[in-house]
Structure formats: structure tokens, C-alpha cells
Design a protein around this ligand. Structure first.
Ligand code: SAH
Length: 408
């Protein structure tokens, strides 16, 4: 080293400005990343969708830097609160590295397992989900800002994680609302020829990365699969909405459930679940394709009883507007399940509707207890596994509820 000072050239770039209406700035000083169209007074300059913009208060004070998308109700997604920080490759590398480090610290880097490596706002990367299944990554895009940067992000993920392949999937609903026109693709390396096998608590699951639901597997339920299994020891279990068998196989193998009936309306999911049971030499699970409410009615009519029931339905509330309707559906589902649950039974009941708060879900269960005349004791109130963190800046990211109850 010569000891000579190095002259660093600082490039001052100005970006188009998005100016807020009066009294709309507070959430963004508090680092909330979503600027809705209703908060915006005017746009100075002519930013293209996907371009970097700066957010200003009505008093012309700089607040944050983000990405513009006229097509979306979230017109700006904010990424940085430092005026001298461009949203360039180095920025995304820092954010990705921080997210990857968290999963390492959590002990979730075993190449045989699966983990959510990036969880959107919770990792300061609104619109980007990255799930790792063994040696493969699935990049799941939920915003145009990320779709425009997918190539760069794939390059960074390759550099940081050295995966065998990186697959791109775009959320079909959000593709429409965000205006993303991008087909599913292989961004780096190769797509696996067969479903990938991952291990979770010593149980092997095959995951279909290109045709499975979401990115292929529900990694958010990882710890709930294990904890629920403990409560289901020696029990006769009904696993409603089983998908590829997460709760069923854990109950059978880790919890030693005596018998499990696993139900899902997707024929494809049931075929995968059956294959997973076989892969693990598990024989005490029976699988059935069926619609949940119809199967519950049928089991009640047949006088069946279970000593453990798991309910993990798809999202019932698509927005705040459908909240009441969703709460009624959760009520009906849980109430019907209680008719099948013997006294002293364990109910593991979940909701993945972000619009239903943990308290609203609990009050729904309080209503079910009253209406059914059963005593419910809440043993555990759980959320998603820790590779799905919630950022203090965006509590909307909290979505999964898993309540374990004893029912007398
Ligand atoms: N418990 C699973 C995840 C469940 S996801 C796990 O831990 O991996 C929700 C599942 O509900 C999906 O597999 C979907 O196919 C199924 N499903 C959706 N609507 C249904 C219905 N009306 N009846 C039964 N299953 C349904």
C-alpha cells in the first residue's frame, strides 16, 4: 500500500420525485415500505414503471428511496432510508447477504433441508421471496420492482449461495395487479429433472419446484409440524388440508400417532403425500381426495371420532373486505371439526390469512367454544417458523396463526 489517499468520486444522481399529500408522511418516516396511490399528491418527472424514485414530504423533505409502479395500488415500494444509498447491485448484495446470514444463524443452512432465505419486507426486500430446497433456489416474485431486477438478483444469489439452479416463479394474482409480464423460467443452472427431496426433522418430503403450490412446500409450518406431533402422540388423527403430508407424516413418525386420515381436495397433492409416506416407510396414514366441508359432514354422519384434528385451510380472507365472511368460514370449519373430536382431544387449528389478526382468530375460537358448549384450553399460540420473520417496520407480514388447543 502506498499510503496515498484514494480519491473517491461520488456520483450525485437525482431521481424523479414522488411527493406525498400533507399529513401522510409519518408511516414512511417509520420505515413502512408501501406508499399507496391514495397518499400521493404528485409525481415530479416521468418515472417509468420499475424506475427508482425518491419520496418527499409535502414540505419537500426527503424521506426515502424506492421503486415506482403506476400499475399497482402500492405505487412506490421503499427500500432505503439513506439519501446517499443508491438501489444498485451493491445495495441488493448487502440486503441478500444479511438475509442469508440470519438463516445461517438459525441453523437452517443444511443443504439437505429447505428454508426461506428471503422473506420480502421482513428482509428489507419488498416483493422478493427466495426459498431454498436442497441445492436449488426458487425466486418467487410478488412485485414489479423485483421482476425488473430478477436477472441481477439471480446473479447475486449465485455468487452468495452457489446453488445448482435458480428457478423463477411469478405469483399469478400479483402478476396481474402489478403488471408483471414474465414467464416462469430457469434463471441459472438447471431445473431438477425430478422433484427435489428435502429433509425436515428427519422426515423426507419430495417437493415439486415447478408445479407445486406456491414455491412447492409450506416451509412456514416446519416448527408447527414438529410441535403438533408432540401433542398427537398415540392419537387417532385427522389432518384436514394435508397438502403433501407435512402434519400427517410428522404426527405418524415423530409423534407416533396410531392412525392418521389425511384429506386434501387436490389430487396432485394427495399423490405426492402418498409418495412421501412411502418414501419414509410410514404405513399408518390413509389419504383421501375430498372437499373439506363435505368430508367433515360425512365423517360426522358416520359417527367417526378422532383424538387429534389438524385444520390448515388455504387463505379464506383475500382482503379486509372479506374478513367477516372469512371469520364465519373459520368458525364453521372449526365447529364442524369439534363434532368429530373426542373429549380430551387436541385441535391444531391454523389460518394463513394475513388480514385475520391473531386476536381475531382467537376470538373466533372463543365463539366456537361458546356455540359448541365445549371447553377449549389454548396450549400454544404459534406463528410461522423463524425463517419467516416479521419486521417491526411492516407488521402486515405476520400472517400465519397456529393455535394448539385441548378440547374437553
Ligand atoms: N397442511 C399443509 C399445507 C396446507 S395448504 C402443510 O403443512 O404442508 C392448504 C391445502 O388446502 C392445499 O393443499 C389445498 O389443496 C387444500 N384445499 C384447498 N381448498 C380445499 C378444500 N375445500 N377442501 C380440502 N382441501 C382444500
Amino acid at each position: 500500500m502506498s499510503g496515498q489517499p484514494i480519491a473517491v468520486e461520488t456520483e450525485v444522481t437525482t431521481y424523479p420525485r414522488v411527493v406525498l399529500k400533507p399529513r401522510k408522511a409519518n408511516p414512511f418516516y417509520a420505515r413502512h415500505p408501501w406508499v399507496l396511490d391514495s397518499a400521493i399528491q404528485r409525481i415530479e418527472g416521468d418515472p417509468a414503471d420499475g424506475a427508482t424514485v425518491d419520496l418527499y414530504s409535502d414540505k419537500q423533505k426527503w424521506i426515502a428511496r424506492g421503486v415506482f409502479n403506476r400499475r399497482s395500488r402500492i405505487q412506490v415500494r421503499l427500500y432505503s432510508w439513506q439519501p446517499d444509498e443508491p438501489l444498485d447491485e451493491a445495495f441488493f448484495r448487502r440486503r441478500l447477504a444479511r438475509a442469508i446470514q440470519l438463516r445461517r444463524d438459525l441453523g437452517l443452512s443444511d443443504p439437505r433441508g429447505g428454508a426461506r432465505v428471503v422473506f420480502s419486507e421482513a428482509d428489507g426486500l419488498s416483493g422478493l421471496i427466495v426459498d431454498r430446497y436442497g441445492e436449488h433456489l426458487v425466486v418467487y416474485v410478488t412485485a414489479l420492482s423485483i421482476a425488473h431486477r430478477a436477472e441481477m438478483i439471480a446473479g447475486l444469489l449465485e455468487e452468495l449461495l452457489r446453488p445448482a439452479g435458480i428457478l423463477l416463479r411469478v405469483d399469478p394474482t400479483l402478476a396481474h395487479t402489478e403488471g408483471i409480464e414474465m414467464p416462469d423460467a430457469v434463471l441459472r443452472g438447471t431445473s431438477p429433472d425430478a422433484p427435489v427431496i428435502i429433509e425436515e426433522h428427519g422426515i423426507r418430503y419430495s417437493v415439486d419446484l415447478s408445479a407445486g403450490q406456491k414455491t412447492g412446500y409450506y416451509l412456514d409450518q416446519r416448527e408447527n409440524h414438529r410441535v403438533a406431533a408432540e401433542y398427537l402422540r398415540g392419537r387417532r388423527v385427522l389432518d384436514m388440508f394435508c397438502y403433501t403430508g407435512g402434519f400427517s407424516l410428522a404426527a405418524a413418525k415423530l409423534g407416533g400417532a396410531s392412525e392418521v386420515l389425511a384429506v386434501d381436495s387436490s389430487r396432485r397433492a394427495i399423490a405426492a403425500a402418498e409418495a412421501n409416506a412411502e418414501l419414509n416407510g410410514i404405513t399408518q396414514v390413509r389419504f383421501r381426495v375430498g372437499e373439506a366441508f363435505a368430508v367433515l359432514d360425512e365423517l360426522v354422519a358416520a359417527g367417526e371420532k378422532f383424538s387429534g384434528i389438524i385444520l390448515d385451510p388455504p387463505k379464506f380472507a383475500k382482503g379486509r373486505k372479506t374478513l367477516e365472511q372469512a371469520l364465519r368460514a373459520y368458525h364453521r370449519l372449526n365447529r364442524q371439526a369439534l363434532e368429530l373430536l373426542a373429549p380430551g382431544g387436541i385441535l391444531v387449528t391454523c389460518s394463513c390469512s394475513g388480514h385475520v389478526t391473531p386476536d381475531e382468530f382467537l376470538y373466533m375460537l372463543v365463539g366456537v367454544a361458546h356455540k359448541s358448549g365445549r371447553d377449549l384450553q389454548f396450549l400454544e399460540r404459534r406463528g410461522a417458523s423463524p425463517d419467516h420473520p416479521v419486521s417491526a417496520d411492516c407488521l402486515e407480514n405476520e400472517y400465519l396463526k397456529c393455535v394448539i388447543c385441548r378440547v374437553s
